[in-house]
Design a protein around this ligand. Structure first.
Ligand code: PLP
Length: 373
């Protein structure tokens, strides 16, 4: 028990189920009674709903966000001897997907908003570069105009890791729809979370969509004949049924996240040691959906400890290591000073729809207390 007796966990996993318990149980019973487990109508309905929501031509339900990236890269023809440029401030899965198709992840800096630093991309381009993989981190979409113009200049493809950004927009266009392929994760703690692993892969290109569909289901075409190598990474129909229920409330959920971000911003912006994410209404170019609320503090470790002592759960993203800091994976002698500095300073505050205004204000009060503000 902490000093105050209050507890605001970083994430509330049972809430993923509890929030719409009755409706979800009804939907699950319906699927199970029908015996509709694999590639059934609930998955198709979910794909259709997301397609409309993000204005994309093709959306395919897959096993998870990592497999979405892997089959996305496969469908784009990326493999041996190819290089793909990614920010080092991302989950290991972004880099692993590139490694697993036989290509090499080439790591670049993030900028002040923690998104890929568009000014650091071109120095990483070589003859082997095939694609740029911007990561739409924390529910924000990168400066896609600059990324597109660099990609066009060098003849590169774009694959967006939008695992954290379903519903995020840049200049009115949805994350996941800028590149040849876009991906989403439906992991429980993501913006839209199911009861286990789940993901989506997105494209506006018919030929790529055909490839993705083959990769997802053992290389089988609509007639069930094997016409290519493939794998098994389908989204479970039961998960899709859960997602169909949760998706009805999704826009409301995103608005709530933006409200919470505004409360944090109002309370914490006077503290000069903190760097905060852009507030919801900062500019008209970005519509941020706050998968995470990742702040920077000059006293990060002390602040984290103080909050923990007072019942507030926080997290340092990605196990406190940028991709290039995983020496065991062969990343040696790579220096990305700005990213390294961010990893000494970054901390994620609780950000999810289970939080009440009181919870958020309690977190803010504790931070103010830490700073004597
Ligand atoms: C969560 C996440 C992934 C992987 O998604 P899974 O569904 O867990 O496989 C990939 N990239 C980023 C940036 C993520 O946050």
């Amino acid at each position: 028990m902490n000093v105050t007796g209050r507890n605001v966990p970083f994430f509330n996993y049972p809430w993923v189920y509890k929030e719409h318990e009755e409706e979800i149980l009804t939907a699950m019973k319906d699927v199970m009674s029908r015996g509709a487990f694999i590639l059934q109508k609930d998955m198709e309905e979910f794909e259709e709903a997301v397609k409309k929501f993000i204005t994309a031509k093709h959306v395919l339900g897959v096993a998870d966000g990592t497999n979405a990236l892997i089959i996305g890269l496969k469908a784009m023809g990326i493999g041996k001897d190819d290089e793909v440029i990614i920010p080092s401030h991302t989950y290991i899965a972004s880099a692993a997907s590139i490694h697993l198709v036989g290509a090499t992840p080439v790591l670049v800096e993030c900028g002040v908003d923690h998104m890929i630093d568009v000014t650091d991309i071109e120095r990483a381009v070589t003859e082997k570069t095939k694609a740029i993989m911007p990561v739409q981190l924390n529910g924000r979409t990168a400066d896609m105009d600059s990324i597109r113009s660099i990609a066009n200049k060098h003849g590169l493809m774009i694959i967006e890791d939008s695992a954290q950004a379903l519903g995020s927009k840049y200049k009115g266009q949805n994350a996941g729809t800028f590149g040849l392929v876009g991906t989403f994760s439906l992991y429980p703690a993501k913006l839209l979370g199911c009861f286990g692993d789940g993901g989506l892969v997105v494209t506006n290109d018919d030929a790529i969509a055909e490839q993705l569909s083959l990769w997802r289901d053992h290389g089988r075409n609509d007639a069930g004949e094997v016409v290519a190598w493939g794998t098994n990474c389908r989204l479970d129909n039961l998960q899709a049924a859960v997602l169909n229920v949760k998706f009805k409330y999704y826009e409301k959920d995103l608005e709530r996240r933006r409200e919470i971000a505004q409360i944090y911003n109002d309370a914490l912006s006077p503290i000069s040691d903190l760097i905060l994410p852009a507030p919801p209404m900062e500019d008209s170019e970005h519509f941020d959906v706050y998968q995470n609320y990742e702040i920077e503090s000059g006293q990060r470790n002390e602040l984290k400890q103080f909050l923990s002592d007072n019942g507030v759960g926080t997290l340092i993203q990605f196990g406190a290591k940028a991709v290039h800091q995983h020496k065991e994976l062969g990343f040696k002698n790579i220096s990305l000073p700005f990213t390294e500095k961010v990893y000494e300073r970054a901390l994620m505050l609780p950000m999810n729809t289970s939080l009440s205004n009181d919870d958020v204000e309690y977190v803010c009060d504790q931070i103010k207390q830490f700073y004597g503000a």
